[in-house]
Ligand binder design. Structure first.
Ligand code: 0XW
Ligand code: MG
Length: 367
C-alpha cells in the first residue's frame, strides 16, 4: 500500500447535558483529531485520537497535531504493508508520542482490513465475540445523584458501573460509595475511580471505611510509586488507568504484581497494535481489563471494539465509549451505540466506520 496523502481533520465534541466532572478536571468540550490516510489505489483509512482535555494525562490535542505534523510528511510516498512496518517508520521519524501515532496505526489497520476484506479484529488476532459489555461512568456528584445515576445505568442494562470520586472530603466519597451500593447491590460490578486525586494516606482511609462494599479501586493515586506503596495494604483490588502510559509499564505492573486490573486506553498505549500486546500480557497472568479510550467519536469507538472482541470474555471488564456524552456520529450510516449496556462490534471490512469529511474541519494535508 503506497501512502499518497494524509489529511488531518478536527472534530469538536461538546459534552451534552452536564459537563463531565472528574476529581480534578471538568470538561465541557473535547477536541478530537482524525487522520485520513489515502493510498495510491484510492482507499481511505481512518484513525482518531482525542485526549480528555490537557490535564487528564500528559496528552493534548495540539500535541497530537504537532506530532502528526512531524510524522506525516515522512510517510507520504512510502510503501506500508503492515502495522509493524508503520511503527518502525514512525519511530524513525519521532520518538514517543504514542497517542498521536495511535491514529495512524488505526488508519493503517483500517486500510489493510479493507484490502484483505477482513475486519480489524481479525488483524488483531481474531474476534471471539461479536458483542461486548459496556460500562457506565458516573461523574463526580452528590451521594444521592451518584446513586440515582448508577441505578439508572443498571436499569438500562449496564453490567458494570464506574463511580467517579475524589477531589473533595473523604466523608463525601465514603458516603457516595455506600449510597451507590445500596442502590445497585450485586446487580452490577462496581469500580470506583479517583482519577489520581488521593494521597496514599487518604486512599488507605477510604479503603478501610468502605471495606464492606465490593469494588475495584481505580487509580487512587498519582504515580506508580504511590500505587506501589498501597500494595498489600488495601482491602479492595486496585486497577491502574492513567499510570499505564505504555506497554512497558503494563509489563512492569503485570510482572511486579502492581495491579489486579487495568483500565486501558487504546490511544495511550500507542494504538490497537500496541494495545493488543497489553491484552496478551494480561491474558498470560489472567488480569482483567477494560478496553477504552479517554474520549473520541466513532473511529475511536470502533478501534476499541475491534480490540475488545479479541479479548478473552472472562477478562474483559467492559468497553467505555463517549457516545453517551456527545451528539451525533462521524458515520451516521453506521452509528456505534450502546444498547442494553452492550456494544455490537462493527463488522468491517477494516474498522467498519467511514466518517464524512464534510462533517469535519480540515486542518492539514500532507502529500
Ligand atoms: C471513564 N473513562 C473511561 C472515561 C473518561 O475518559 C475517564 C475514563 C477513566 O476511567 O478515567
Ligand atoms: Mg479511570
Amino acid at each position: 500500500m503506497k501512502i499518497e496523502r494524509i489529511h488531518v481533520h478536527q472534530a469538536l465534541l461538546p459534552v451534552v447535558g452536564e459537563p463531565y466532572r472528574m476529581s480534578h478536571t471538568t470538561v465541557h468540550e473535547l477536541d478530537s483529531t482524525l487522520v485520513e490516510v489515502v493510498t495510491a489505489d484510492g482507499r481511505h483509512g481512518w484513525g482518531e485520537t482525542c485526549p480528555l482535555g490537557p490535564v487528564y494525562q500528559p496528552h493534548h490535542a495540539l500535541g497530537a497535531r504537532a506530532a502528526l505534523e512531524q510524522i506525516a510528511p515522512g510517510l507520504v510516498g512510502t510503501e506500508i504493508d503492515s502495522p509493524r512496518r508503520l511503527a518502525q517508520r514512525m519511530d524513525e521519524l519521532l520518538a514517543g508520542h504514542g497517542y498521536a501515532k495511535a491514529a495512524l496505526d488505526a488508519a493503517v489497520l483500517d486500510l489493510l482490513g479493507q484490502e484483505l476484506g477482513v475486519p480489524v479484529s481479525t488483524l488483531l488476532g481474531g474476534a471471539l465475540v461479536d458483542r461486548v459489555p459496556s460500562y457506565y461512568s458516573v461523574i463526580v456528584g452528590t451521594p444521592e445523584d451518584s446513586a440515582r445515576s448508577a441505578a439508572a445505568a443498571v436499569a438500562a442494562g449496564y453490567p458494570r458501573v464506574q463511580v467517579k470520586i475524589g477531589g473533595r472530603d473523604l466523608e463525601q466519597d465514603v458516603e457516595t460509595v455506600h449510597r451507590v451500593w445500596e442502590a445497585v447491590g450485586y446487580r452490577a460490578r462496581l469500580a470506583v475511580d479517583a482519577n489520581r486525586a488521593m494521597t496514599a494516606a487518604h486512599a488507605l482511609q477510604f479503603d478501610r471505611l468502605t471495606a464492606d462494599v465490593p469494588f475495584v479501586l481505580e487509580q487512587p493515586c498519582n504515580t506508580l510509586g504511590e500505587m506501589a506503596l498501597l500494595r498489600g495494604r488495601l482491602t479492595h483490588p486496585v486497577a491502574l488507568d492513567e499510570n499505564t502510559e505504555d506497554v512497558d509499564t503494563v509489563l512492569r505492573a503485570v510482572t511486579e504484581g502492581l495491579a489486579d486490573a487495568f483500565s486501558f486506553k487504546v490511544t495511550r498505549l500507542g494504538g490497537p497494535t500496541r494495545a493488543a500486546q497489553a491484552r496478551d500480557l494480561c491474558a498470560l497472568r489472567s488480569v482483567p481489563h477494560t478496553v477504552d479510550d479517554a474520549w473520541g467519536g466513532s473511529v475511536v469507538a470502533a478501534a476499541c471494539l475491534h480490540l475488545a472482541a479479541t479479548v478473552e470474555p472472562h477478562l474483559l471488564e467492559g468497553v467505555w465509549i463517549a457516545q453517551d456524552y456527545i451528539e451525533g456520529h462521524h458515520d451516521p450510516q453506521r452509528p456505534v451505540v450502546v444498547q442494553d449496556g452492550h456494544l455490537a462490534v462493527p463488522q468491517g471490512p477494516g474498522l467498519g466506520v467511514t466518517p464524512d469529511p464534510a462533517s469535519l474541519t480540515p486542518l492539514a494535508t500532507y502529500g
